[in-house]
Design a protein around this ligand. Sequence first.
Ligand SMILES: Cc1cc2nc3c(=O)[nH]c(=O)nc-3n(C[C@H](O)[C@H](O)[C@H](O)COP(=O)(O)OP(=O)(O)OC[C@H]3O[C@@H](n4cnc5c(N)ncnc54)[C@H](O)[C@@H]3O)c2cc1C
Length: 426
Amino acid sequence: MSNQPTQTYDFQRKIETYDSADVVVIGGGPAGTAAAISAARLGKKVTLLEKSGQLGGMGTLGNVSVFMPIGNVTGIYREMIAEALADHLPKDHDVSIAPQYSPFILRQYLNEKMKKEGVQVIYHAEFIGTVKEDRSVKAVIVSTREGLKAFEGKQFIDCTGDARAALDAGVPYTSGRDEDGMTQPMTLMFMMQNTGKPVAQVLPEGCYLYNEISDLPQGRRLYWERNNDGTLLVNMTRVKGNGAKIEDVNYAETEALRQVFSVVNYLQRNGFETYTLSHIANQVGVRETNQIQGLYTLTEQDVVRGTRFADVVAQTNYEIDIHSPDGKKTTDERKVDGYDIPYRCMVTEQLDNLLVAGRSISATHVAMSSMRVQATCYALGQAAGIAASIATDDSCPVQDVSIDTLHNALSSQNVIFYKQGQVSHQ
Ligand SMILES: Cc1cc2nc3c(=O)[nH]c(=O)nc-3n(C[C@H](O)[C@H](O)[C@H](O)COP(=O)(O)OP(=O)(O)OC[C@H]3O[C@@H](n4cnc5c(N)ncnc54)[C@H](O)[C@@H]3O)c2cc1C
């Protein structure tokens, strides 16, 4: 198979508008759902375009059903915990929780939440391209169940995780490590269920017999069983590659599935003799692909030194967490004390009405390994939805959104920053 283009085609169509909104959010993962909610709460007509049939992003589609701790349970993330995982709700904001959840319940919860918030969700709507006019996006072209349709908006928020819309509109980007562009590997998550009695062990054709921990794809055992209901969530597969590349994802989908059955077989021989395979995620989980080059790029130094920014929109103390990109069985894990993520990481130089929220914000490979977890993406999405709304109200480019107005609106949507340190970077 070749990825060297040998021929190009012009592709022109007249495409009907399906709908117009104040704010069009592309991608319904943690960032996208929070962006849609926060903009809708400011009275905006919001359309959320999601390429799959479910909301929650990697949390549901990829069954990454445990929230990593970030030291700040605030805003829409806190509200979700209160409504869907009340047992885990801490009294104060500035604490760390790491609840395991049911991806099925989160999926149902988010559907109902969007209905209550008045967000129009279009499922099976895959962003294809942007229609631009000077420095603005006028519409996005989307592949729907009724063919290609245009969705017009005043503001657009790219929450695809891959910065798909930003890249299409010409925003420069980086990918992976500085030295070789390699990204964190992919992982197909799965669950096992305790049946209370020994289960039959199988090792389907094509799978591997793992005997030692060192044989395992990550060279370690990594799973969670936090809810006393016998549900084991397993994060133990690992496939090298970039989840935004056709060949890498093709390989990962098949190789990771082989690893799932192989790890299940290993666990059933090593401590989980009564557990059966109960669920495999719908698609391989992608940790890292593209980072936009925004007005500010979050760096390893910011994460390590704990930089505080005047335009803070999210705070986290989640560790640096880099699954080895080059096929090794190691993970670079380094504790951090906490840092700010500035608004400018979501804003581009090139476009006046597009923001990028979630894991593909402007950040280096090391910095994104810490900011990428779900709670932080919910926080970034919430801020992006508010900023897009302010840009509409004030008829200003997203670059000129008043940070005071943004902070006031975040506060009125119950966002509390756990540390208000001295600003160390303007
Ligand atoms: C294997 C793995 C394990 C992880 N472990 C944890 C963990 O334990 N805890 C934790 O908190 N975080 C974990 N993470 C990180 C976290 O899940 C992600 O970084 C986070 O979900 C990113 O949120 P997001 O909103 O930016 O993007 P995503 O969650 O990727 O959501 C993007 C959404 O956009 C949609 N989309 C994509 N392209 C298009 C398009 N063209 N048109 C329309 N829609 C589109 C997708 O279908 C998806 O719903 C893990 C990630 C992986 C892959």
